[in-house]
Design a protein around this ligand. Structure first.
Ligand code: ZN
Length: 426
């Protein structure tokens, strides 16, 4: 009974202390990774080996982090070779919260200078920590700020921790190299990195918060409406929270953010109909069990394919309906020799949107005057707005599509009529 009371008091005291300091980082192990080493010198320039400067800077970073009360570990603390997979494995086995890889940069141009910090593409926490780190270093040293950047480096991709890779400066720049090798300068950088990690953990890092992110949209080009696309999203970086809902927002062209809808966790996709040629932004956030929203995902921009041209019709074509769909209006022709041309730009795929029916015939397809194929529009039952892929290219290509009424009767094609409902490109 007494023991329970003491434990309860201890918990209350802990909670009071936690509230008093605003936020508490209960436990954080920082894995410091000195890049290269042993048989791998890294960049070699101006009389310096990158591996040596990485190690002396990493050792100073460990000291600065320990001054702030963090537990640290290193992937190497001597001039030895450690593979990339071993570096990631050591961090993961230790359960590190943050992984910091220290490197020195190199460039062909001797003028290149400054600091850049990399994080794994799509990592919300990685982007926060990288941005703080590069800003803090440059404020402390006056170096050029080259920014926080995404890169799919092995150690960033394969560590469970929030991972960054710091390029401290350019060894290939003789004046910056001299600074990078100076122990006082290294200490300045190390202290700035340690403060960035500390502020990140206290202000940005909230593993209890739910996160979600969007995938690249998929266009329903082969469906009935090529201007409709589907957004999908999924939780990520959400180790502790259970998500109960998502908020999806969008910004129309030139507009500000507005609610698209809130969805239960069972819904992770939504179809959106855009205007041809217009761009939209989308973002999502997840809500936890107490309806507290996590941070917004990085925004995704979607540009709806635009009308790239118009059909030019020769001979007599009749308008079937004039509503602009599929970036064209539907027309049909009966007369042999009737043709239509369409100039397309920057297309990897070109689709003819057409109709098949019992009384329809054949059409010949040409591109830039060269015969490509014949399509048979006969079908025993009417099929409306059928996309037929007539062309595909390995890189964006421009050209002129020509659709010619072939009109040849066959056992299957009992009629002559062809119809052009439009064209879709992507
Ligand atoms: Zn390196």
């Amino acid at each position: 009974m007494k023991m329970t009371l003491i434990r309860l008091l201890a918990i209350i005291l802990f909670v009071v202390l936690a509230l008093a300091t605003g936020s508490v980082v209960a436990y954080a192990l920082i894995m410091v990774d000195a890049g290269h080493g042993g048989s791998d010198p890294g960049a070699v320039a101006n009389g310096y080996n990158e591996k040596d400067l990485n190690l002396s800077s990493a050792l100073k970073l460990v000291e600065e982090l320990e001054k702030l009360g963090y537990e640290t570990s290193m992937t190497r603390n001597a001039d030895v070779y450690v593979s990339l997979s071993d570096r990631a494995a050591r961090s993961n086995a230790a359960g590190a919260t943050v992984f910091v890889s220290i490197h020195q940069n190199a460039a062909k141009s001797a003028d290149a200078a400054g600091v850049e910090v990399y994080y794994c593409p799509g990592s919300y926490y990685g982007s926060k920590l990288a941005a703080r780190t590069v800003d803090y270093i440059c404020q402390a040293t006056g170096q050029r700020n080259r920014g926080a950047k995404e890169a799919s480096f092995y150690v960033l991709r394969n560590t469970d921790a929030v991972a960054i890779l710091v390029e401290c400066g350019f060894l290939t720049n003789s004046s910056e190299a001299a600074l990078l090798a100076d122990p006082v300068f290294q200490r300045k950088q190390a202290a700035a990195i340690a403060r960035a990690i500390d502020d990140f953990l206290r202000e940005d890092y909230c593993p209890g918060m739910p996160h979600a992110r969007l995938s690249a949209p998929t266009f329903a080009l082969l469906g009935p409406r090529p201007n409709v696309f589907t957004l999908t999203w999924a939780p990520y970086n959400t180790p502790d929270a259970s998500i109960t809902a998502y908020d999806v927002e969008y910004a129309p062209p030139g507009g500000s953010w507005r609610d698209l809808f809130s969805s239960p966790t069972t819904q992770t996709a939504h179809s959106f109909r855009g205007t041809a040629g217009a761009s939209y932004w989308f973002r999502v956030r997840a809500l936890d069990t107490s309806e507290t929203p996590g941070p917004y995902s990085p925004a995704v921009r979607v540009t709806v394919p635009s009308d790239q041209g118009v059909f030019r019709y020769s001979y007599s074509w009749r308008t079937y309906y004039s509503a602009t769909r599929y970036f064209g209006s539907a027309r049909y022709a009966y007369r042999k020799g009737a043709y239509a041309t369409y100039a397309f730009k920057n297309a990897k795929e070109v689709y003819l949107i057409t109709t098949k029916a019992p009384f329809y015939g054949r059409a010949k397809i040409y591109v830039n005057g060269v015969y490509v194929r014949t399509i048979d529009l006969y079908a025993p039952k009417g099929q409306y707005r059928v996309p037929i892929r007539v062309l595909s290219y390995s890189s964006p290509t421009s050209g002129t599509l020509k659709v010619v009424m072939a009109g040849t009767k066959s056992a299957a094609s009992t009629g002559y009529r062809i119809e052009i409902d439009g064209v879709a490109v992507r």
